[in-house]
Ligand binder design. Sequence first.
Ligand SMILES: CC(C)(COP(=O)(O)OP(=O)(O)OC[C@H]1O[C@@H](n2cnc3c(N)ncnc32)[C@H](O)[C@@H]1OP(=O)(O)O)[C@@H](O)C(=O)NCCC(=O)NCCSC(=O)C[C@](C)(O)C(=O)O
Length: 355
Amino acid sequence: MTDWTDPETFAQALEQVETKEKGNCFEDFEEGDVIEHDPGLTLTQFGNESWMSQTLNHDPTYWRADAAEERGFEEPPVHPDYLTAATLGITVEDLSEKGGYFLGRTDVRFPEAPVYTGTELHVESEVVNRATSSSRPEYGIVSWRTRGKDAETGDVLCSYERTNMIPRREPVATDGSGTTAAEDDENDGPDLPETFVAPEGGYFEDFVEALETAADEHAAVAYRHERGRTQDDVTVASLPLSTLNTAKQHHNVDVMSDSPSGDIVTYGDVTRSTALGHARSDEETWREVGFDDESFHTFVAVGDTVYAFTRVLEADEAASSDEAGTVTFQHIAFNQDDEPVYSGTRTAEIRKRSN
Ligand SMILES: CC(C)(COP(=O)(O)OP(=O)(O)OC[C@H]1O[C@@H](n2cnc3c(N)ncnc32)[C@H](O)[C@@H]1OP(=O)(O)O)[C@@H](O)C(=O)NCCC(=O)NCCSC(=O)C[C@](C)(O)C(=O)O
């Protein structure tokens, strides 16, 4: 009788059998397709707190009943970064489990009303664009518009448009016209302002004052945050799986050894949330309004440290509450070699100093 566990026999069996594949390739997506994602999850206090603790998002509003009540919430709400990561995590099985990297996202929006733990999330996505990659024939580029809804009420809790590199079944011939970083560098040297201004504090008025100072001098409001978070097994593998993100990029070292990164990499939402956590620790955040033009520039892996840099772009008195004003930031996450790994603009309401 055949011993199927004999290594030689088993190796041959492995070669001959069909693999029940997961996920979809570039060719499987058609513009206009709407995909209702079967996985869904309940936004739990444990999931919320694990995400926030590990990404250094320690704003007491999300942790303590008295601080939440002071902000007008019934209890500590779900953090917008965990909500965003969970909305995306649920989509991975259908959209990006096949591999390929998260390149960018824009138009990330949240409603004004807070979301509380216990809410069941139901997510759907529409394919909005498919494009050939001119530099990487084995991949295509796909964009989806995704909506995370309260499964009970149907209210949209988080929406965005995301773009990924997605493996093709068959590589295509390309013109190879992608511009390389070296070519870009040849054209321009750095063009930075002479002076950098940092706000004195973290209230809305501090950002307004810093912008006014910078307007008077040939200057920009830009500063770095001191904290860094070295990536470990928890941030790279555990946090994405806690959002049902099944992308092999984060937990299958075997497959990833033969990929552009050569190793498992941090989930883009962990990298970005960590940098935002550093930035928020130096401000009085009132409410997250949205994010645009988010890009992931290079890989982050176990052992890399995520730091954050902030530019303040605009401040506006108008906000959903008299207690806050609206500030637009550009945040850049960077690693221990000072290489940008993520950038994006963020619009947030920032608390005003009480008189
Ligand atoms: C992927 C790498 C190696 C390619 O690096 P490269 O040097 O080959 O090229 P590139 O220029 O950066 O980008 C390749 C192509 O994508 C295009 N592209 C680029 N960005 C955008 C964008 N926003 N929107 C639309 N298109 C974009 C770009 O224009 C170019 O087109 P081309 O081939 O025709 O010249 C490099 O960009 C890189 O290392 N990026 C970081 C990727 C990363 O670490 N992402 C986060 C982790 S993966 C993840 O979280 C996964 C997730 C969430 O679980 C899940 O989707 O399932």
